[in-house]
Design a protein around this ligand. Sequence first.
Ligand SMILES: Cc1ncc(COP(=O)(O)O)c(C=O)c1O
Length: 399
Amino acid sequence: MNSVPATTSPLQFIEEALDQLKKDGLYRKLRELSGEQLARARFDGREVINLSSNNYLGLTTHPKLKEAALRAVRDLGVGSGSVRTIAGTMELHMELERRIAVFKKTEAAVVFQSGFTANAGTVSSLLGKEDLILSDALNHASIIDGARLSRAEIKVFPHRDVEALERLLEETRQIKRRLVITDGVFSMGGDIAPLPKIAALARAHGAIMMVDDAHASGVLGRAGRGTVDHFDLHGQVDIQVGTLSKAIGVLGGYVCGSKSLIEYLYHRARPFLFSTSHPPAVAAACMAAFDVLEQEPERIERLWSNTRRFKAGLKSLGFDTGLSETPITPIIVGEADVAMRFSDRLFERGVFAQGIGFPTVPKGSARLRTIVTATHTEGDLDRALSILGEVGRELGVLR
Ligand SMILES: Cc1ncc(COP(=O)(O)O)c(C=O)c1O
């Protein structure tokens, strides 16, 4: 065969894409954490006040979770050895699912490998080509990917706009199976979905109602039961997703709902069917985390008192914190290069607040994303605020 030798690599486009990220100020080197994920932690060799983790309650290092994980390793080994539907359902996995269902006050629950696969696997298995998904504009990427995988038609309603959602529901009455889906707490803005109105609309129009409570579980509602509990909507939301990777401090995702929904997902959700289940240590640590949520309510109280203190400080400095109502507080600066420079300069002074730009947030709304945790001290927060003020003024973000 007389093929012409290639002069450039077929992977050349990767170099070009990386160069473009650098030009746009969006190229990120991964920061390396040495030691534990704590409120003050060592990243890239520097001790910083950590405002970037989702470790809301400080459970990543809780002694009871560590002990449960160690015990599970000693007694049960390090891996499950199979997908759940073949030989990889251990007693601990079933126990954890029962525990989560009781916690969420639903009939049943299924645990996935992550919150991402819980969303993507659920949405893609429930909807098909003939169906419609109505999705908030700022929903998480895992919902968007699940919706695309389902091949259903997708209509995006403007962020938290219940009137637009109502119009879409009116216009699409002829479609038999429709899913209305929203994040409970939005991951980049920290605002809460108007769930009572959305759930009422879904119900009135015979649509399935699903909420992704990744950032509400362990944070909102009684003992951290999430937005459904926060708004007292038990029985009015068909599908609740949560994560075990954020406030719970470990890894995984779960879906709660009726027994038949969960049995359907056992048979149809592709990440559940085709990817190995959690090691026993993960399930054991998650079980211990639910005990801690009940036994140590002061963690959630502390999370909220820290949140109030930090938000008040940011407001009095004059930062734009958007519509946040939860421990996720954005500091909106506009352009991505400003957000990245702001983040880098803060880091040099001892504060880690990640800069976030497009495509994670819309163009023109780049931001620092801050999260306080229950384990920050008031001293940590006040010090962080003082450094934020200094750097904000230096960069002209504050005037
Ligand atoms: C709103 C939302 N849903 C789902 C996920 C995915 O959760 P996990 O990290 O457990 O995969 C995240 C995490 O980034 C999230 O912010």
